[in-house]
Design a protein around this ligand. Structure first.
Ligand code: GAL
Length: 328
């Protein structure tokens, strides 16, 4: 017997976030927003990320955009970037971890992305190590590729986005020769970085930052490619540092419950501020089926813990979350 429409809708779009399971959009397709970035405009969240759909043209790289009002149900908006090798890096060229910033004065949306390829004679397809920029007049329109550069003149691979409570915008980027990562302020028009805010001498990538209760928390993963490791965090009163020592935030043997950090989402509700860990569970052999691990963090007083993944839900108005008892 066919399922009644409401039961089918519930099955397709459960009111819970189920870490590690395929996450279906409003079309019933697995969300393609890997290594993503999330911004909130008015009452809507926008999730951008690598679109690694199986039927993509292998010569192109894609970024998709989804929107949601509750962080649980996501509507596919548009494939906002479908780009052919813009710098002639060769067919193995790389576009990863796109992040979009909205500039309130110029009203432009500025996408940062890790753009890479093989330097002549180099064995790695990640040897160009730079940042690409694309812009658009609307949040989910067709973004136009502009240029690539090395921020602060440094090699840059995994990049992360941080927008502070005062609206100031920062880029986090890992730099292999420096054995650490940089936090850089964006320039006035967001089309470049203008200044080194801090260099953190810890070889971590997938960097993400949140400002919670007067303290900055930074998260990052070890340098083990697609394979998960015990990600770590540190805290500081100011972005400039000094940063505390780094420590695990999940039992080390779980390798961050099989995930890699990508983003921290802060939800300021009427009764609670919740910080969500948004990580990727990569499947490098079948990238289109890479999964997401989102869980509310236990955070406060300089402590951070990622609980064991279980289905959970959030009330976007109050900021309250509840985790299902049943272990999947
Ligand atoms: C990961 C990184 C990914 C991708 C991958 C390639 O560590 O976070 O974005 O670059 O390495 O091996």
């Amino acid at each position: 017997m066919p399922l009644p429409a409401t039961a089918k809708a519930r099955q397709l779009h459960p009111a819970v976030i189920e870490p590690g399971l395929p996450w279906l959009d409003d079309r019933g397709k697995h969300i393609q927003a890997h290594g993503g970035g999330i911004i909130k405009l008015d009452d809507t969240w926008y999730w951008f990320g690598e679109d690694r759909s199986r039927d993509n043209d292998p010569e192109k790289r894609y970024v998709a955009c989804y929107s949601s009002k509750n962080l649980i149900h996501w509507q596919f908006r548009h494939q906002v970037l479908a780009l052919s090798d813009p710098e002639n890096f060769g067919h193995e060229w790389v576009l990863e971890r796109p992040k979009v910033y909205y500039h309130a004065m110029t009203r432009k949306f500025v996408m940062y992305m890790h753009i890479d390829g093989r330097l002549p004679g180099n064995s790695s397809r990640y040897s160009i190590a730079s940042v690409g920029i694309a812009t658009c007049d609307t949040v989910d329109g067709d973004y136009r590729y502009q240029r690539h550069f090395r921020p602060l003149g440094r090699e840059s691979r995994d990049l992360g986005q941080f927008i502070d409570d005062d609206g100031a915008a920062y880029l986090i980027f890992e730099s292999r020769p420096s054995h650490g990562f940089y936090i850089a302020a964006l320039s006035g028009d967001y089309l470049d970085v203008s200044r080194e805010v801090c260099f953190v001498p810890a070889p971590l990538e997938g960097g993400a930052i949140v400002n919670y209760d007067g303290l900055y928390y930074v998260l990052g993963s070890g340098l083990t490619g697609w394979w998960p490791n015990a990600n770590q965090y540190a805290t500081a009163k100011r972005l400039e540092g000094p940063w505390s020592n780094f420590a695990d935030f999940a039992p080390a043997h779980t390798h961050t419950w099989g995930s890699q950090t990508t983003n921290l989402i802060k939800v300021v509700g009427s009764t609670k501020t919740t910080v969500i860990y948004a990580g990727d569970r990569w499947r490098p052999e079948e990238h289109w089926d890479s999964r997401y691990l989102w869980m509310p963090l236990e955070i406060g007083d300089g402590k951070l813990a990622l609980p064991e993944p279980k289905p959970w839900t959030i009330d976007i108005e109050s900021g309250e979350t509840s985790i299902e008892e049943q272990h999947q």
